[in-house]
Design a protein around this ligand. Structure first.
Ligand SMILES: [Fe+2]
Length: 172
């Protein structure tokens, strides 16, 4: 599912934000927009599953979503941290609080990946009609996850893409 050119299987460790950028700023923002769209599509799938609980669950959709969140979330985060964040940091070395903002986003990535693993496991069990899975519990997990991811994306769009575009307009 992960369509962008992200490094596969990289263990999660804080990346050095100040490294040399591999993409131009324009390319980086386009890639970030693509990543956001892909993650939002996964969120829509998860919301559809939450809305189908408890009696109208599509098991195939659960399996697809379980695989998608495990792949898309990690690949997106690695790509953001190793390629996009360094490009933004490199182009705007004097923007106040930019580095702390990027570190905050990295921390949120780490939290989201742990949550994504738990949710992926729960979706596999839901697809298998495991009687130990409680619809209320997985509904709570689903809504908590996609709400958090959508909030993270909104923050990145406002504070990274918006700030960069605003700066570019001020300094063409
Ligand atoms: Fe992110």
């Amino acid at each position: 599912m992960a369509s962008f050119n992200a490094p596969a299987g990289t263990p999660h460790a804080p990346a050095a934000i100040g490294g040399p950028p591999a993409l131009s700023l324009t390319e980086s923002l386009k890639q970030l927009d693509d990543i956001h769209r892909e993650k939002l599509a996964v969120c829509d799938q998860l919301e559809a599953i939450a809305d189908s609980l408890p009696s109208d669950v599509n098991r195939q959709r659960c399996l697809y979503a379980a695989k998608a969140i495990a792949q898309v979330v990690r690949a997106a985060h690695r790509f953001e941290e190793t390629t996009i964040f360094p490009a933004i940091a490199s182009h705007f070395p004097d923007v106040p609080h930019l580095e702390s903002t990027l570190r905050r986003l990295q921390f949120e990535h780490c939290e989201d990946e742990g949550f994504a693993d738990e949710l992926s496991d729960a979706l596999h069990r839901l697809a298998a009609a495991d009687p130990r899975v409680h619809p209320e519990t997985i509904g709570y997990m689903l809504r908590g996850f996609f709400t958090t991811v959508r909030r993270h994306i909104a923050f990145e769009r406002e504070h990274l893409i918006g700030a960069v575009n605003g700066s570019a307009q001020m300094n063409p």
